[in-house]
Design a protein around this ligand. Sequence first.
Ligand code: FBP
Length: 272
Amino acid sequence: NVGIKRRMKRFFRRDGRALIFAMDHGFEHGPTDFEEHWEHVNPRIIIKKVVRAGIDGVMMLPGLARAAGIDVKPNVGLMIKLTSKTNLRPKDDQLLQSQLGYVEDAVKLGADAIAATVYWGSPQEDAMMRQFAEIASYAHDLGFPVVQFAYPRGPYINEKYGRKEDYRVVMYGARAAVESGADMIKTYWTGSRETFAKVVDAAAGVPVLLSGGAKTDNPVDFLKLVWDVIEAGGAGAVVGRNIFQREDPEPFIKALLRVVHRNEDPEEAAKA
Ligand code: FBP
């Protein structure tokens, strides 16, 4: 499908890699995520900074894109995520993401890709799988690529594997994402290059992006993590807290871009 291929290029440079800014935290975690640098709760302020730093794409929920009147530069990809859940319920009741909007809404907002989460292994897996299939079917019909946030999660995974980042479940989620129609996958770090390379293999050529995770105290530690992802064959990262929880995100994004696109050594990239 020509539309899908063309729109994928809004995110990925010629090297097949991308650095995407994530900002759905006000809904998914709550506005407290922004308290370290409160001005970043304002999407206009933080989006301006990340775009100025040269980010390849931004990801948000439809309402925020509408409220902020997001007008990102034409060379920055816009990824609209159609599912979410709040952090207001007890953890055990957060194993389902609901649909907040439709593919048409995202298209009207100027999206270049549509995103949705599936919690593989959750007791609600069936509902999320169907939701994803429906979104993917509409999006593909219209020529839009679909990103799956393929997150293994739930009590059974904890019981059987000990943690949701166990590579056996992460690669299972990635494979399930491919087989359910994803054009890009976003998932957890598995702890080592060797195991993450298996996740990449299981994805059978579909680009695998790191899900950033909590902010590291030392910025270089996060650059090293992204470097490991790239060395393992990953296609880049979708990063939220490690960007907007830093006082000065612009030099940090530039360093991340050097690691992602130029394979630069993290220590060197941090100094530049
Ligand atoms: P981060 O880089 O801040 O981890 O953002 C990525 C992301 O997937 C967000 O899109 C989402 O809000 C959050 O992480 C979900 O985190 P979790 O469900 O693990 O608390």
